[in-house]
Structure formats: C-alpha cells, structure tokens
Unconditional design. Structure first.
Length: 386
C-alpha cells in the first residue's frame, strides 16, 4: 500500500513539471510573436508621415500633381567675355620719341580724341620746317607754272622751260601734301602752323572712348613706332565667346538660349543668346567658336573682358512628366517623394528620376501614380530625410 502511494506522488510531480514547462514555452512564444508584431508596426510607421493642418500652414507647405514640363538638351561650353575687334585699340606713336608726360593708370576712363600721353623728339621740328618751306615755294612755283603754261599756248616760251616749271611745281606739291599728312599724324594742324608755333612735343590721342586697360609706357621711356604704349577698350559691346566640341556643332544654331555662370559664382545665372556660329574647326583642340550676346544690356556693366565663364547652350526641347525639384529628396542615391494618403498622412514612396531643369525633376515612373495623386511639393525634403 505504501509503495502504491509513493508511485502516485511521483506521477503527480512529473505531471506538474511538464505543465510548468509547457506554460513557460507558450508564454515565451507569445512574447516573441508580440515583439514581431510591434516591429512590423514600427517599420510601417517609418514610411508614413503625419502632418497636422497647423503644421501644414505654419511650414508654408504646398501640394501639387505631376505635370508636363519642358526639358532642354544642353551643350556645355567654357569661354570668356570679350569685345569685338573694333572696340579695342593698341595705341602707339607713329613717330619715335621720348615719353614726356603720361598720367594714365589701368582702369582710367578716356574719351575719343583725349590726349593719352605726349612724346618729344627734335626731329619733329625738321618735319614742320620742311613743310613750311615747301608751302612757301609752292605758291611761287604754282604762279610760274601757270604763267609758262599761258606762254606755251601763245608760243612765246620754249617747251623746255614749260616742262621745267611744271616739274618743279609737281614735285614740290607732292612734298607739300606728304608733309601735310605727316603733320596730321603728329596731331599738328598744318593750316595753323607758323614759324612761331613749331614745337618738339606732340600729343598721342585715344582713337576711341573706353577704358585704359593696359599702360606700358612711363615717363622718360623711348618709344619706337612699333611699341604699344596703351591699350584702350570699349566695353559697351561686351559679348560671350565660347568653345564647343566639333561633335556638338550640328546641335547649335543662332538664336538659341545660353545660360551663363561665373566660375566663382555658379548659383547666379545670366541669360544670353547665340549670335554667331563659326564654321571653322580649330585643328589643334577640335573645337568651334560660338559668339553670343547677353539678353539684359544692363548686366554688361557687371563684367570685364577676359572673365572666364561656364555656359550651357539650350538646344532641343521636349516635354516630360515632372515634379518640382523641392518635392524630391535624395537619400543615398535613392529618390523619394511624399504621396498624400488622407487628410493628415503622407506616404514616403521611391521614384526614378531623369533630367533636372528649371526647378523641375523628371519622374521616369510617373505611370505608377494615378492622374489625381497629390504630392507634397514644398516642405517635403526635411520630412523625408528625418
């Protein structure tokens, strides 16, 4: 009887242990399933952003739909601002001499006809003297020539005497006209020149209005006729000079828009237009020169010849579905947008993008969305990347 009671007790103990283990296993399994459920909910919540009406107004947010926008094919080019040849002059003295006076500095504004500097040489005196002597002889020789011509007509004088008078008059007249032209180049008025006004100093004037962009002469320097003393540049007709590769030549035509940026300020865009396309290819670097003009003439005053620029020439145009670029956020080279689901919830959705132009981004998978789908087009970037 005693043995029977002990066996029964052992059976009860084993049963209790098995029951405890079973309950513990079930409890652990239940906690794991609950944890998995919570993780799934959290992961789902990360793709949904809730925005209250107050947040929407205070954040100055906006909604919008995918729309068709124009996208341009561009040809990239480098170049600089320049002026046409007629707007720049290298000034030198026609006659050698020593610089007597010069007050110019690079950047000084000058007017056409204004004295840039003066030069001195005793040889200038001889030119003026020769002119006055030729002028004095010319009056007598002209009278003698006309008198001999009349006598020749009346057969009163010999042909030899007439020819001599004609020859002396013609030679002196040529000398007079030649010296008169030289005086004009020396900025000496031959009509007012007298023995009392002969001088050894002459003035060199500016051939155009503009700015003295380089000054190579200094006081006391000896200038040869070939030496460039001053360069004067008129910036009124400043234009764009670009270089494109020969493969891009068929796409570029006159009248196309140019977006110009300075190399140290790429955010600011200046508008231009293609004015001239060169038809000759540079044999060394296989490039073609493109000339353009700024659309806003007031912007010409902001720049100087020689400033380097980066440019885009807008060639062909096509329409593509797009969203404002502010609506698209880049996260590790994946691009996301916020799609409106209901009054307060927006879902983060992956999109494929194409070209970016004029503040819009092309959406390659636009057909994945319904036509009436609304997107958060302003204020989305920070919400997506948080």
């Amino acid at each position: 009887m005693k043995n029977t009671v002990n066996d029964f007790t052992n059976i009860i103990s084993l049963t209790s242990i098995l029951l405890v283990l079973t309950l513990a296993s079930c409890n652990s399994k239940g906690k794991t399933e609950a944890a998995n459920t919570e993780a799934t909910i959290e992961n789902t919540d990360r793709e949904v952003v809730t925005i209250t009406e107050n947040q929407f107004r205070s954040g100055d947010m906006e909604l919008g739909k995918i729309s068709m926008q124009e996208f341009n094919t561009v040809v990239k080019a480098n170049g600089m601002f320049a002026v046409p040849p007629r707007n720049q002059a290298d000034v030198s003295a026609y006659f050698a001499g020593y610089v007597k006076d010069i007050n110019l500095l690079p950047g000084h504004a000058v007017k056409k006809g204004e004295v840039l500097f003066t030069i001195e040489n005793p040889e200038y005196v001889q030119v003026q003297q020769d002119f006055l002597e030729a002028q004095g002889r010319l009056s007598y020789l002209k009278s003698d020539y006309e008198r001999q011509k009349e006598l020749m007509t009346d057969n009163v004088t010999s042909k030899k005497v007439f020819l001599k008078a004609e020859s002396e008059y013609t030679v002196t007249l040529a000398q007079y006209q030649s010296l008169k032209k030289r005086l004009s180049l020396m900025n000496i008025n031959p009509n007012t020149l007298t023995g009392e006004t002969i001088r050894s100093v002459i003035s060199v004037t500016s051939p155009l209005s503009g700015y003295a962009t380089s000054v190579n002469a200094s006081k006391g320097m000896y200038l040869n006729p070939s030496d460039i003393a001053v360069t004067v540049t008129n910036t009124d007709d400043l234009h764009i000079e670009l270089k494109i590769f020969e493969k891009d030549l068929p796409m570029v035509k006159t009248g196309q828009q140019i977006n110009v940026r300075l190399q140290n300020d790429t955010d600011k865009v200046y508008k231009g237009v293609v004015h001239l396309v060169n038809k000759t290819i540079n044999a060394q670097d296989r490039t073609v020169n493109i000339h353009g003009d700024l659309v806003n003439e007031e912007e010409v005053k902001l720049f100087a010849p020689g400033m380097y620029i980066e440019a885009e020439i807008l060639t062909t145009t096509a329409e593509h579905p797009a969203l404002p670029s502010e609506a698209v956020a880049n996260i590790d080279n994946d691009f996301f947008v916020l799609v409106k689901e209901d009054s307060t919830n927006f879902k983060r959705v992956l999109v494929k993008i194409g070209a970016i132009n004029n503040g819009f981004t092309q959406i390659l998978n636009a057909t994945d969305f319904k036509a009436n789908t609304k997107f958060l087009t302003k204020g989305a970037f920070n919400l997506i990347t948080e």
